[in-house]
Design a protein around this ligand. Structure first.
Ligand code: ATP
Length: 363
């Protein structure tokens, strides 16, 4: 069992900067856990505390059930890959991957066999005799992963391992990392600022902001039911629409939201309704993602399309709707019916239905 447990962990740097605040997390054995957040939110600091590269100011860390606050990095059974998987330039690929084995004085046939197996799993078997200078960026990162995994660590830490690669390679390697760590069953903490990477790769993820954990859950949980507006916004590309609306609780109808001049009714049978009663008579913020909006001629939110963007499988419409910040995404098949941006309607009837079904209601 190599679970990772953090309990009320804090990091205050010597200059007084409080980079990580009261973070508590439990990552079970074999899970691929992603730490996601904007630059400077403290995710690398957190990872480095797990690795033993940064001292923990207060709070407790357990690795595989062992109290780990004061363990040296080499005593932690962790291996780490950084953004720039730096390799030893004078060793060939095999020599790079086998380096940790040499340090451990492990020259067994089994370990040599493992080099071949691992390089096969990483798709770099053909490069074993080559020098790092002859490798592509993606191959170099694969070698760095091989070197980290050769001694079968209990915990695998990765800090933005794909950020220096081009988009195509990132997608390819992302899938391979997911498959590899699940095959190996190694508990993995993976840091990224890229929400797509996080959502596609994670078994579960945590979203951080200014040193504080905002939300933890499976990709679907945090996307569909974000704990805060920051999480909703951070996980939305294009940006989520945030409507400030009045809220009334009506005994018969349910929860009534005022959207512009329109009414949106959440019946009492809607699971979100009971929790909204306490906001009766107040303004709340409703978050609606662009993909929950569709254009329609007699739409309930009237708007004028300011710009259209072609995204391959769909068009994205930026609309002004007399409400703050409305981006409506139109499916591709609707495009031929529209002849000019001026003729395009705002978001439509579908909005209400989809709003009821898919919108995150953020009180
Ligand atoms: P990035 O993706 O840009 O690396 P991050 O979320 O990983 O961001 P950290 O590198 O953990 O963020 O840094 C968190 C905050 O702590 C930043 O504001 C950073 O400037 C600050 N910080 C990092 N190292 C130190 C240090 N040694 N002394 C003081 N402040 C530091």
């Amino acid at each position: 069992m190599t679970e990772v447990v953090l309990d009320a962990v804090n990091k205050v740097y010597p200059d007084g900067f409080h980079a990580v605040r009261d973070v508590s997390l439990r990552v079970p054995d074999g899970e691929l856990f992603v730490l996601l957040g904007p630059s400077g939110c403290g995710k690398s600091t957190l990872l480095r505390m797990v690795a033993g590269l940064e001292e923990i100011t207060s709070g407790d860390l357990w690795l595989g059930g062992k109290y780990a606050n004061h363990l040296q990095p080499r005593e932690r059974d962790v291996a780490m890959v950084f953004q720039n998987g730096a390799l030893y330039p004078h060793r060939d690929v095999r020599g790079n991957i086998s380096f940790p084995l040499e340090i451990a004085k492990d020259d067994s046939p089994a370990s040599h066999e493992r080099i071949v197996e691992l390089s096969r799993a990483l798709g770099i078997e053909e490069t074993l005799d080559r020098s790092p200078s002859t490798l592509s960026g993606g191959q170099r990162q694969r070698v760095a992963m091989g070197r980290a995994l050769i001694r079968e660590p209990g915990i695998f830490l990765m800090d933005e391992p794909l950020s220096n690669l081009d988009a195509g390679l990132r997608t390819e390697l992302r899938m391979e990392i997911g498959a590899l760590v699940h095959t190996l069953g190694v508990t993995t903490l993976y840091v990224t600022h890229d929400q797509t990477e996080a959502l596609t790769l994670a078994d579960r993820l945590a979203i951080m902001r200014r040193g504080v954990l905002q939300d933890v859950g499976t990709p679907q949980q945090v996307y569909d039911d974000p704990a805060t507006m920051f999480v909703a916004a951070f996980l939305s590309a294009p940006p989520i629409n945030l409507f400030k609306t009045g809220l009334w609780a009506d005994q018969e109808e349910g929860i009534i939201l005022g959207l512009g001049n329109q009414r949106l009714v959440l019946p009492w049978t809607d699971p979100r309704s009971p929790s909204l009663v306490s906001h009766h008579g107040k303004y709340i913020t409703v978050g609606v993602r662009a993909d929950a909006l569709r254009p329609a001629a007699d739409g309930l939110i009237a708007g004028r399309v300011r710009a259209l963007e072609f995204h391959g499988s769909e068009w994205l419409a930026y609309a002004e709707a007399g409400l703050p910040h409305v981006d409506a995404e139109a499916p591709y098949e609707n495009e031929p019916a529209w002849t000019s941006p001026e003729q395009r309607p705002g978001a439509g009837q579908g909005v209400l239905r989809r709003l009821l079904r898919t919108a995150g209601i953020l009180a």
